[in-house]
Design a protein around this ligand. Structure first.
Ligand SMILES: [Zn+2]
Length: 167
């Protein structure tokens, strides 16, 4: 996967493990928690630390730093987190606030199969700020197209390929 519109590197697995569930975490740019945390949570957020996200759907820990000095939970985030169980609605594109359900509706009812077409069905403009707004600080594209393809599969149609570029 190539880097995103605003120059962030793709998510990669790390040696670091979640202190709550021992699942290997993924590294995230400090901008991700910085934009996503509530005002209250942000008071104790140190952006100079190296930050990781726990993607275990059943774990309440969302962000933790490399030395486990600070830990933030799903409830410390302003938005729902697509990879956590019980955090609804699931958002496919954080830049334009498009839910998984909205993607499915656009595919099933309008036959739309691209990020841009689907965003423009719901929004005046299609903006791209994945590195800031996506909870993992990566492009929404992969998850978004994953949902398009789930919807296509449910209709018995062929999947579309996931674009290499962001948004
Ligand atoms: Zn965890």
């Amino acid at each position: 996967m190539s880097s995103c519109c605003c120059g962030t590197s793709p998510t990669h697995a790390s040696q670091h493990q979640c202190p709550s569930c021992n699942t290997p975490t993924v590294s995230v740019p400090a901008t991700a928690p910085q934009f996503l945390l509530t005002k209250e949570a942000k008071y104790r957020f140190d952006q100079s630390f190296k930050w990781f996200a726990c993607t275990n759907p059943d774990c309440v820990t969302l962000y933790v730093d490399s030395e486990n000095r600070q830990r933030f939970q799903v409830s410390d985030a302003k938005r729902t987190i697509w990879f956590k169980n019980g955090s609804e609605p699931k958002i496919a594109c954080y830049c334009n606030r498009i839910s998984f359900n909205a993607v499915h509706v656009a595919v099933q009812e309008n036959g739309l199969t691209s990020w841009k077409e689907i965003v423009l069905k719901y929004r005046q403009q299609a903006t791209c700020k994945c590195d800031c707004l996506n909870p993992l600080g990566v492009c929404c594209t992969e998850v978004f197209y994953g949902e398009i393809n789930k919807a296509l599969k449910a209709l018995g149609k062929e999947p579309v390929s996931i674009p290499d570029s962001c948004c």
